[in-house]
Design a protein around this ligand. Structure first.
Ligand code: NAD
Length: 395
């Protein structure tokens, strides 16, 4: 079939298998071009099909020749109905990993559930024995708690008072004012339950109890801080409370792993266009200004550049360079004083009229379409494509 993008707000309902595969190939080529990373050899990535998790899986496999197990929650393709991008990305990843002689198996299911944890543990036992790196890169709006069966929803709200600021509809370039009401009731607690560290700890406890973590294992979860302009709605808001919890959990997990010499870290990553971040008000406007500034300074990075640098320079490069809260800061270039000072200046004047000039709206929009395999250079979108792609390890 011929597959075209069909967008609704900040989601795209269709995705393109060839475009997704090309994205994966481009990321693989980037990692290979940077040379070998002396990293982990048996890697579990939880949230492995898109964004930072996919970049982590690719960096491990093609930077360190690692065997990888990926866990994600994606819609398979069926006749006449394209699958979700993570499904196509994983199919492409496994295809290229297998061609390179690398072990790669995947589990498509709810990572919050006990069943998926058990499936992963059995797979590790059967195939790898133990893993030496666990990347935790889930981004989800909901979580069904495995002990109670209760479904929790996360919300993106400020805490304590209204938040009013500018935002942009990146499809039209229209800059408008928005106002978001503060969290109420169980909003904060629910968001922490979904995006905090409880599930990360549950994973590490389950893996540790099953004795499938090797001596000196490392585990890393991803966090975000961001600029002053998004602080009330992001870092000081409900999602920030969840990130505080996730970051605190790293210390608990490190304690739990002491007996096997394991370590847990949080890496604070750069703001990037992913399915998760497009949904957060104000962030698209910030990202479009940030991209323009970082590209002009020659310091712009995507997910793959971020994770390749995280692995090669920090995690396996001998210099974690932790901040005063014990976090790895791979958002260091985004948070540079000169970059942030320019964002603040541009933010004040940003309007519908000038955004295409002072911001990188085109870069934002392209990145958004790229997430779904569209507008990827080198792909013939007129060509008939088979939408029913399968993931080799999931038949
Ligand atoms: P993403 O939406 O691209 O990826 C999320 C992954 O989680 C996908 O593989 C998806 O299939 C998987 N997933 C979601 N729910 C699942 C479930 N119930 N079971 C199994 N898999 C599930 O998101 P991302 O932007 O790469 O975010 C990953 C992490 O990085 C998050 O913790 C996020 O907060 C953090 N982060 C993101 C940014 C950013 O700007 N995008 C910046 C810094 C940190």
């Amino acid at each position: 079939m011929i597959i075209e993008p069909r967008t609704r707000g900040f989601i795209c309902l269709t995705s393109h298998p060839t475009g997704c595969e090309q994205n994966v190939i481009d990321q693989i080529e980037y990692v290979k071009s940077k040379g070998a990373i002396n990293g982990a050899k048996k890697v579990l990535v939880i949230g492995s099909s898109t964004g930072f998790g996919l970049a982590s899986r690719i960096s491990s496999a093609f930077g360190s020749d690692a065997a990888t197990i990926g866990v994600f929650f994606d819609k398979p393709a069926s006749e006449g109905r394209p699958g979700s991008p993570g499904f196509y990305n994983t199919a492409a990843f496994e295809k290229h990993a297998n061609a390179a002689g690398l072990y790669a198996k995947s589990i498509n299911g709810d990572a919050f559930s006990n069943e998926v944890k058990e499936q992963v543990i059995n797979l590790i036992k059967d195939d790898l024995g133990q893993v030496d790196l666990v990347i935790y890169s889930l981004a989800s709006p909901v979580r069904t708690h495995p002990e109670t069966g209760k479904r929790y929803k996360s919300v993106l709200k400020p805490i304590g008072g209204d938040f009013s600021n500018k935002t942009v509809d990146f499809h039209t370039g229209k800059v408008t004012d928005i106002s978001i009401k503060p969290a109420e009731g169980d909003d904060v607690a629910n968001t922490v339950t979904v995006m905090g560290g409880e599930d990360w700890k549950m994973w590490m406890d389950a893996l540790n109890e099953a004795n499938v973590l090797s001596e000196g294992v490392k585990t890393v979860a991803y966090s975000y801080i961001g600029p002053e302009v998004t602080k009330p709605v992001y870092r000081n808001g409900t999602i920030g409370a969840a990130k505080d919890h996730l970051e605190a959990t790293a210390f608990t997990i490190s304690d739990d792993l002491k007996a096997i010499g394991g370590e847990a870290y949080v890496s604070v990553n750069k703001a990037l266009v992913t399915q998760a971040s497009s949904a957060i008000p104000v962030i698209p406007l910030y990202i479009s200004l940030l991209y323009k500034i970082m590209k002009a300074k020659g310091i712009h990075e995507g997910c793959i550049e971020q994770i390749q640098r995280l692995y090669s320079e920090r995690l396996f490069g001998g210099s974690l360079d932790l901040d005063d809260k014990g976090r790895i800061r791979i958002d260091d270039w985004e948070m540079r004083e000169d970059v942030q000072a320019e964002v603040t200046k541009l933010w004040e004047t940003a309007s519908t009229e000038n955004l295409s000039e002072i911001g990188d709206l085109e870069g934002y929009s392209n990145d958004f379409y790229n997430l779904f395999g569209f507008k990827v250079p080198g792909v013939d979108y007129e060509a008939d494509v088979n939408e029913v792609v399968t993931i080799p390890s999931i038949q």
